[in-house]
Design a protein. Structure first.
Length: 140
């Protein structure tokens, strides 16, 4: 069953996502980042190319022909990816395919609308019996 980790009070959702993606990649895990907002995916794509400047993190969009062989994929749906390790959700809704992943990361910013949407997702997972934890980033 999927393990769900919420990272709450993130000052910069995309920066935290970038750090989590790098950590998972170093551990040999495949990662999918989910968002239905093209601007969010474009911004994260730029960050993955630029930071840190001394490393390269192979990534592509889920609809790319080589998505199944790329360790990090970005997209609104699973597309050509065969990933099952980590799903990072940057959307305000629950991805319908989340249960195929071993771990789901939910990143919650300081924005009140984002926090309210995250509360609804928390309840959704909790009511279905998923193992859950919360990491308060304001204490880091």
């Amino acid at each position: 069953m999927t393990r769900v980790d919420f990272y709450s009070n993130a000052a910069d959702k995309l920066e935290l996502a970038r750090m989590i993606i790098h950590k998972a990649h170093k551990q040999g895990l495949n990662v999918m980042v989910h968002s239905t907002a093209p601007t969010t995916l474009d911004d994260l794509d730029r960050r993955l190319w630029a930071d840190p400047a001394t490393s390269f993190l192979p990534h592509c969009r889920t609809d790319a022909a080589h998505a199944a062989q790329t360790p990090v994929v970005l997209g609104a749906d699973i597309g050509n990816a065969a990933h099952t390790d980590v799903l990072v959700n940057l959307d305000d809704t629950t991805p319908g395919f989340f249960s195929r992943f071993e771990r789901l990361i939910e990143i919650v910013s300081l924005d009140e609308a984002d926090r309210n949407a995250a509360r609804q997702r928390w309840l959704f997972y909790k009511q279905r019996g998923y193992a859950m934890s919360n990491h308060d980033m304001s204490r880091k």
